[in-house]
Write a protein that binds this ligand. Structure first.
Ligand code: CA
Length: 233
């Protein structure tokens, strides 16, 4: 696991024994977890916390896993979050139906925890290379999380550790708008003494660090919403 913020897994499941099993194993493997006991709550948490992966049970009361998945994949703010569906049904047609709704992968209950973790890890790595210690580029920005170095246009930039983590969050989903609360949670983990203006200060520092003569400012301030890393504006 790299020194960047722990990846977060959102578990959407109504059976507490299953929740406990998943929570225990993901935390043991180094992930932060959040739990939603029904679909509505799952959608809310996905929107609010933007997890790195969603483990979604097919069989949920009221809003089904399939419907939750459909809504997650329709919404701009959650559509890039990978979804791994859990199902008790092994029918091929259900599997296909699940993948049709946009689920990224499928695991049939009863599953092997080891296999589930391996799949989860692969999904997180694909969607969020930052948490797996790889080199990520966006436009002319290159972030090497193993070496903790950032380059722009081939030039090594000077970034403090907080700015580095901040850029890590931004570059994992370019174009996505992050609220101050979300950044606070991702970058400062759960340090409650930090206030929202601190986020603005560090975003300002990151912006300054990324500024090279003749180069676009890639950090976009979205009024009343937050910030994003975005060259397409
Ligand atoms: Ca269930």
């Amino acid at each position: 696991m790299s020194a960047l913020a722990q990846p977060t897994v959102l578990i959407v499941e109504d059976e507490s024994s299953q929740v406990e099993l998943l929570k225990f194993n993901f935390e043991k493997a180094g992930y932060a977890t959040r739990v939603a006991m029904d679909g509505e709550e799952g959608l809310l948490q996905a929107e609010e916390h933007s997890p790195d992966l969603i483990i979604l049970d097919w069989m949920l009361p009221e809003l089904s896993g399939i419907e939750v998945c459909r809504q997650l994949k329709r919404a701009e703010s959650t559509k890039t979050i990978p979804v791994l569906m859990l199902t008790a049904r092994g029918e091929e047609s259900d599997r296909v139906r699940g993948l049709d709704t946009g689920a990224d992968d499928f695991v049939v209950k009863p599953y092997s925890v080891k296999e589930l973790l391996a799949r989860a890890r692969a999904m997180i790595r694909r969607s969020n290379p930052i948490s797996s210690g790889e080199v990520v580029t966006y436009g002319d920005i290159k972030l090497d999380s193993d070496q903790r170095k950032v380059f722009r246009d081939g030039k090594l930039l000077k970034l403090g550790p907080t700015e580095f983590r901040l850029l890590g969050v931004f570059i994992s989903r370019p174009g996505r708008v992050w609220s101050r609360d979300q950044l606070l949670e991702r970058v400062w983990a759960h340090d409650l003494d930090i206030d929202l203006r601190t986020v603005d200060v560090h975003v300002g520092r990151l912006r300054k660090a990324l500024k090279l003569p003749g180069k676009h400012d890639p950090i976009r301030t979205v009024r009343a919403a937050g910030y994003s890393l975005d060259f397409d504006v």
